[in-house]
Write a protein that binds this ligand. Structure first.
Ligand code: SF4
Ligand code: SF4
Length: 444
């Protein structure tokens, strides 16, 4: 283990190890932390129902993770580091308590959704609203996920990112959270390793609110995969996630009664953003460069809460996502609104959505059981490592078909001067294919 005393040393280790945000879009962590920060927030909230991998990891590797946090406070010269955890997670809080002293604090949150949304969490802990379309850095804060912090602790002992923590839940015999090699396929992990019977079932990658369907079981576990959830075919979670967009769009145009419940409960609106999703619904149908409120769709977090409250059963979330894609294709830039002091809604505290209500709405109450840590050595037959598992440019391969590689060997690197992340082999094996999208490795 190296002696780390300087910020530049830790940033270099993080960059070299290929660490990206493990809880969201995969933003490269070396860029996020290489800034003037006052406060580091560790997001251990895990607000998506049925997800437990952050809790499992934090409980299992408490010492390693908390020692790493102490080191970051010192070398990044932070005033404070605050770990956000739900009050209901009592056993986790008990494990963390001995490490809470000095600049390291614990912030306990009620069980509401989406308490773990980065912007909501920053507001909840600091009372500061990040500007619409902005990032936590604009209010002097960086937010990192538990697994990102774990990956930094590994980088400090020269271990690059070669694994991912995931929760396996839903219609499975024993929900669990485990550490698996990056690039293993969803099918190999569920069927061959864990023996899940997928007959008549569908798989969702991520949580039941913001996840996406797994259409093809060869899809690999990447640096941003948080869970594989299994549901019976036709379950409301699956139907909602797979709903035909044409139907959603037709309903949005014809059945929106402009009650504004969606705006009034939107977590982004409630922290003070000037974003009213019912106005986007009203303008939907105009060309994307003309509707007055359409651009504000960019400020939607995709949390899906508007669907829970809509009396007409509509999905402002899906409409916003569609508009984001259309505006991006039309090169309509996301703009940051005027810099003014944003104020949260005075009734925000009374409008927080209890997680229990979200679970009932999703029809997942029967699946709502803990998914504790499972110790299992997983040795995949092959891995599929996409060159872009992060925000930024694809990594540049450093290997070719036929090369022998070992676990932890650098196989693709950040293009010079660009935003990106290095990629390491997650198994000992032989490179079977390299193309512009991915590197395939067969176990030796
Ligand atoms: S809650 Fe539903 S019906 Fe009401 S304004 Fe929003 S989308 Fe329209
Ligand atoms: S999904 Fe709905 S509730 Fe969530 S941020 Fe977007 S508009 Fe607001």
């Amino acid at each position: 283990m190296q002696q780390i005393t300087e910020k530049s040393q830790v940033i270099q280790l993080i960059e070299s190890a290929g660490i990206v945000g493990a809880g969201g879009a995969g933003f490269p962590t070396h860029v996020k932390l290489n800034a003037e920060l006052e406060l580091l927030i560790v997001n251990a909230v895990e607000c998506e129902p049925l997800l437990y991998k952050d809790q499992a990891l934090l409980k299992h590797e408490t010492l390693k993770i908390m020692e790493c946090l102490e080191l970051l406070v010192s070398v990044l010269n932070l005033q404070k580091a605050i770990i956000g955890v739900k009050k209901k997670n009592e056993s986790l809080i008990k494990k963390l308590k001995p490490f809470i002293e000095g600049p390291i604090e614990l912030y306990l949150l009620e069980d509401y959704y989406p308490a773990g949304d980065e912007q909501v969490l920053v507001y909840e802990i600091t009372g500061r609203t990040i500007p619409e379309g902005g990032i936590p850095l604009q209010v002097g804060v960086a937010v990192i996920n538990v697994e990102t912090l774990y990956n930094i602790s590994q980088a400090i002992v020269d271990q690059p990112v070669t694994t991912k923590w995931v929760t396996i839940g839903g219609e499975v015999e024993k929900p669990c959270s485990l550490q698996v090699p990056l690039g293993i396929s969803a099918g190999e992990l569920l069927v061959d390793v864990l023996g899940v019977d997928l007959e008549g079932k569908e798989v969702i990658e991520g949580g039941p609110m913001m996840g996406k369907p797994v259409e093809d079981l060869t899809v690999p576990i990447t640096k941003t995969t948080s869970a594989l959830l299994v549901f019976p075919r036709g379950h409301p979670v699956v139907n909602r996630i797979k709903e035909d967009f044409l139907k959603t769009a037709r309903q949005a145009r014809t059945a929106c009664i402009q009650c504004s419940f969606c705006s009034e409960s939107c977590p982004r609106y409630l922290i003070g953003h000037r974003f009213k999703t019912h106005l986007v619904m009203r303008a939907f149908g105009f060309p994307v460069n003309q509707g007055a409120h359409l651009k504000s769709a960019y400020y939607c977090s995709d949390c899906g809460l508007c669907e829970v409250v809509c009396p007409s059963g509509l999905s402002p979330r899906a409409i916003n996502n569609f508009l984001k894609m259309e505006m991006s294709k039309a090169k309509i830039a996301r703009e940051q609104l005027n810099k003014v002091q944003l104020k949260a809604h005075p009734q925000r505290d009374y409008r927080k959505m209890p997680s229990k209500r979200v679970k009932r709405w999703l029809g997942i109450v029967k699946y709502d059981v803990p998914a504790p840590f499972k110790s299992l050595k997983v040795n995949p037959k092959s891995v599929n490592l996409p060159l872009r598992q992060h925000t930024g440019e694809a990594a540049i391969p450093k290997v070719k078909a036929g090369d022998e590689v070992t676990k932890g060997q650098l196989i693709a690197s950040i293009p010079k001067g660009k935003l990106g992340a290095n990629l390491y082999s997650s198994i000992d094996g032989i490179i079977s294919k390299v193309d512009s999208q991915r590197i395939l490795i067969e176990r030796r």
